[in-house]
Design a protein around this ligand. Structure first.
Ligand SMILES: NC(=O)C1=CN([C@@H]2O[C@H](COP(=O)(O)OP(=O)(O)OC[C@H]3O[C@@H](n4cnc5c(N)ncnc54)[C@H](O)[C@@H]3O)[C@@H](O)[C@H]2O)C=CC1
Ligand SMILES: O=C(CO)COP(=O)(O)O
Length: 335
């Protein structure tokens, strides 16, 4: 049993980081929370007014002012757990001044649902290869959970995956609250990859909505998408998993159907005729699936998994193919 006080550094200043800080602060286990973000003005606002000015600004932040900083090394130095929450596309940049020594011995929790561009690695693999973090010190925080609903304290279920399930259970004990239930898993590969893939299918769902396809078609699209996820994660890491569990199917469904989904919103704009750049400019938030589909396309060259939905999204976003023609062609290949 762990007896000393828990210490955790949350890295990132967006919606999910803000929601994670709220969960950690609302959880009754004694702990010291440290919070790093790159935006100095946001830090100033937070320390003065206890609200993040740009993301989930209604949430009151109960973290001492001196624990919120733009100094990443200083925040990391205080913590046993590090909760990463920067979109994958910016992770390398955010950690650029950090050495393996800065992270030595720390337990790293990734709440990121993306792939590191150029490296084509999920976050766990990247941390292991670049920073030498042993897999037993890696955790993945996932499951169907929108930051906006955490802010409203709506009942939500999160999965914590790690090869060390005792460590995962310890972290679960640091975030569960009246409104957060936790599930422990040992499937870090399946949990990470399915969380990445569901963002791509949410973009497909949004594109179809933008093009005028209805709920009947969406249901077929998503039932094909879960089979695509199952084929891919089986090819990458074959274990006995139930794809209907909430970390896999549940996460796909919330992203594909929710009004809060960044990826679906982005896809909807593409379906309506926005360019990628104009759709990105319309959002103050990051649609991970846009970056992920390019990485997935590269990774799948080694595995050759049949992924018609991913291919259609790749063709639309990276080959400038017409959303109308791509989805019409895709629709002929769904079952
Ligand atoms: N928002 C949500 O409900 C959930 C998000 N996630 C994951 O959490 C991670 C963080 O996403 P969100 O908090 O949703 O982000 P967000 O879309 O709310 O905010 C964007 C974040 O990206 C940062 N950013 C934007 N441009 C940047 C740049 N050029 N360099 C460095 N940072 C930049 C912003 O400072 C901000 O922290 C993602 O991997 C996402 O998939 C996971 C579960 C739920
Ligand atoms: O992963 C998420 C919810 O589980 C957030 O991504 P979206 O905002 O695209 O749904």
């Amino acid at each position: 049993m762990h007896t000393t006080k828990n210490t955790i550094a949350v890295i990132g200043g967006g919606s999910w980081a803000t929601a994670n800080v709220k969960m950690l602060a609302d959880n009754s286990t004694p702990k010291d929370i440290y919070w790093w973000m790159r935006n100095g003005e946001a830090v100033e606002h937070l320390t003065k007014f206890r609200h993040n000015p740009r993301y989930l600004s209604s949430v009151e932040i109960n973290v001492p002012a001196q624990h919120i900083s733009t100094d990443l090394k200083a925040m990391l130095a205080q913590a046993e757990f590090v909760l990463l929450n920067v979109p994958a596309a910016f992770l390398k940049d955010a950690l650029s001044g950090i050495t393996p020594q800065d992270l030595e011995g720390k337990k790293i929790v990734s709440a990121i649902k993306g792939i590191v561009p150029d490296e084509n690695l999920i976050i766990g693999e990247f941390l292991n290869q670049r920073y030498g973090i042993p897999f037993n010190n890696l955790l993945v925080l996932s499951g169907p959970c929108h930051a906006e609903e955490v802010a409203l304290e709506k009942l939500s279920y999160l999965t914590i995956a790690s090869p060390d399930t005792e460590l995962a259970a310890r972290f679960a004990g640091m975030i569960d609250t009246r409104y957060i239930k936790t599930i422990v898993s040992d499937d870090i590969y399946g949990t990470e990859y399915s969380a990445v893939l569901k963002n791509i299918y949410a973009i497909a769902s949004g594109i179809c909505h933008g093009l005028g396809y209805g709920d009947n078609f969406q249901a077929v699209l998503i039932s094909n998408a879960i089979r695509e996820i199952e084929r891919f994660v089986e090819a990458i890491h074959h274990i006995d998993r139930d794809i209907k569990e909430s970390a896999y199917l549940g996460d796909l469904m919330v992203t594909a159907y929710s009004q809060f989904s960044r990826n679906r919103t982005f896809g909807n704009m593409i379906g309506k005729g926005y360019t990628v750049t104009s759709a990105q400019l319309e959002m103050n938030m990051v649609a991970e699936g846009y970056y992920a589909v390019n990485c997935l396309h590269q990774i799948n060259k080694q595995h050759n998994v049949y992924m018609p939905i991913c291919n259609a999204v790749y063709n639309i976003l990276y080959q400038k193919r017409s959303p109308y023609n791509e989805m019409k062609h895709l629709a002929e290949n769904l079952s």
